[in-house]
Write a protein that binds this ligand. Sequence first.
Ligand SMILES: Nc1ncnc2c1ncn2[C@@H]1O[C@H](COP(=O)(O)OP(=O)(O)OP(=O)(O)O)[C@@H](O)[C@H]1O
Length: 685
Amino acid sequence: MNMCSGPDALKGVGEKTKKIFERAGIFQLGDLLHYYPRAYDIYENMKSISEIREGETAAVCASLSCEITVRYVKRLNLSTVILRDSTGCLQAFWYNMPYLKNTLKPGKRYVFRGKAVRKGRQTALEQPAIFDIDAYVNIQGQMQPLYPLVDGLTNKMVKKAVRQVLDELEISEDMLPDSIREKWKLDDYQHALSQIHFPDNETNMRQARQRLVFDEFFLFILALRSLRNDRIVVRPSFFLEEKPVTAQVIQNLPFSLTAAQQKVWRELEQDLTGNQVMARLIQGDVGSGKTILAVLALILTAANGLQGALMVPTEVLARQHYESITELIQKQALDFKAVLLTGSMTAKEKREAYQKISSGFADIIIGTHALIQEKADYQNLALVITDEQHRFGVRQREAFAAKGITPHMIVMSATPIPRTLAVIIYGDLDISVVDELPADRLPIKNCVVDTSYRTKAYAFIRNEVEKGRQAYVICPMVEESESIEAENVIAYTRQLCESLPDTITVEYLHGKMKPALKNEIMERFLKNEIQVLVSTTVVEVGVNVPNATVMMVENAERFGLAQLHQLRGRVGRGKEQSYCIMVHSSDSKKTKQRLEILNQSNDGFFIAGEDLKLRGPGDLFGIRQSGLMEFRLGDVFQDSAILQWASEAAGRLLETDEELLLPEHQLLKKKLSIYIHGGTERLNL
Ligand SMILES: Nc1ncnc2c1ncn2[C@@H]1O[C@H](COP(=O)(O)OP(=O)(O)OP(=O)(O)O)[C@@H](O)[C@H]1O
């Protein structure tokens, strides 16, 4: 058994359980080390029955005062019993655990730990976990990891597996040179790994997390620096000239470009026609009109007889861009060919697309990551545009380089990131900012409400639909179980259909649906054949249906503010007044305060800044602000200080040993190479 063995090398793990681990992305034992807890549970000190208050999670040491009774309630098997200690009695109940009747002995004392809830007129412990007293005393006061789970995977399984790996396998040496570790007072690697999973106390856990976040940022920054170095030496093997067609396209658009769009277009045009390979980030708030800039760059490239590709994170988005670009080509009678390439196309369709790409028939290629797969052979690729760099990242950019191509690169991002952080994260890119929204936009009207407002919200949606508009309703993604995610949306749609008249078509969309079906639904929504779309966050990025004027988000408290801002950005994209209804089902004051920030402002930068102030540095495992970056633990906003350290450390390191040739940098070099190139070897050693 070693770090590269599959999970079935563990005690008690067979083929079936291995598959469950794999579903959670755990293919090798080493992966378990970086399967970080999402939170910790602290086993409280034991209380007596009289001290227990409703709503709290509590542990009591008590005995069963009678036999357990088992009966069926609403097709559920319910076991109940009365617990007793010297201070009083308390009911406990369990669902679907009839065997407890035979395993728990009346009279014997156990520790019962669970949530105290109201049951009828009394307080009762719901589904309490049961411990032997000695066992509980041993873990009392300790932080126990709570892992993200998928269907079939229990916390106990992960905990046991991680424990075994930490106890029995040898963790690799530390990749960080001592000087860096000492300067920023970072934990030793092995210690950090064991403390992130099973911390002795909160301070140790924080230290461990800091170290591991540092590692993530450090590798990322080193990888970026190496890309930047590659770029400087590269002169393009092709040259582009300015062409009148772009001015003509701008002239014929149904709108005039904003001043910010014009400024960024000038920067792009200058770079594209320059004599260095361009790598530029276009940053702009949701709906600021980045797409047309990408399209102009593609047209300029095509007008020079070269190919340009637009790579986006989802099929839905790829198809949408493909259709809007094809429409523009047709409307303006341009002589360019656009081709779509996505993973879900049939083998035959793909073959045709490959052929059009390699023969040079295709001028503009739009697709998902299928664009960088081996079979995609470009004739003369001169420009690659990626939408949201974080979804692709360093490795994918390398994939193009590996094809022997060094195209101009444009990255588009709607993440409102302060300039100081942007220069680190996009260290390899020049930055252009579209800092203005089109003038015809009315600010979105927001409201934050609780679930009792739902009926009113439905009436409001109905009213908007009757005016010819459309609406999105977002249900949260339940990360624990993908099948539940789908069910949520399906059940919700059913319920919504009952609340709206038959004349309104309601459909659902979620990530697990077949791509063809997803496309069909999206297309029907775009054509207003569907008026209300109930969806998970698959519509978060980039989807553009300007006729949609209502965004209703259920369980808004579950989303990060940046994500909510992105979701809200799906409306307010046309001339009509748009609305965002954030429905929360939490009484917490903090939740309300957070959502209130969105209520106050439609400005992404403002929101990100305020959110940060509210959460403070203590909020380690809360909702991540940006689900966009590839980091597992780190959050560029919240951990901005660590990001700065990592940047400084990378700078110092490369100053002394640019090529990482010193013996003490060999492990780092190896990990960096795996980080950049991927491959079968993994980083989790
Ligand atoms: N100058 C403009 N005036 C009016 N409408 C515009 C202008 N520029 C773009 N638009 C329109 O605004 C809408 C949003 O633009 P676009 O899709 O480019 O936004 P985006 O910046 O990519 O936003 P997101 O990050 O949300 O995807 C589109 O319908 C687009 O046609």
